[in-house]
Design a protein around this ligand. Structure first.
Ligand code: 5GP
Length: 117
């Protein structure tokens, strides 16, 4: 695990402002600054895991918990019934921009097919 600060670890610590919807000792969720749909939330582990490639065996519960948080937020946003998309970009081909693991929760409109172009 990297100990370097990331943009998102600064959000976890409150050093950079964000519209935080949920936070506990393991996970933080906040609205994406450049939303791609009416609901666009980022769910991140508080500890720095740069990419999916860096997830360790001991992170199993943490990663599962991110899905529980996503499910709860989808309900709170009122998009659970119509559905939504959870996605995680990894590395350069995955177009990952921030190297602090994050799950996108996107919904509030029909999202179309997953990949275009
Ligand atoms: P990625 O491409 O790495 O999967 O997604 C990074 C996401 O972080 C993008 O959707 C981008 O809009 C969002 N983002 C980048 N900087 C900030 C920021 O300072 N605050 C918030 N709330 N979101 C950010």
């Amino acid at each position: 695990m990297s100990n370097e600060e990331t943009l998102f670890s600064k959000i976890v610590k409150g050093e950079i402002p964000a519209d935080i919807l949920f936070q506990d000792d393991r996970v933080t969720a906040f609205r994406d600054i450049n939303p791609q749909a009416p609901t666009h939330i980022l769910i991140i582990p508080n500890k720095i895991i740069p990419t999916v490639n860096d997830i360790g065996e001991t992170d199993e519960a943490l990663i599962g918990y991110m899905f529980i948080v996503a499910r709860n937020l989808a309900k709170e946003e009122g998009i659970a019934e119509d559905g939504y998309r959870l996605l995680i970009n990894c590395g350069s081909h995955g177009h990952q921009e921030v190297y602090h693991l994050h799950m996108h929760l996107v919904g509030g409109r029909p999202l179309g097919r997953m990949l275009k172009g």
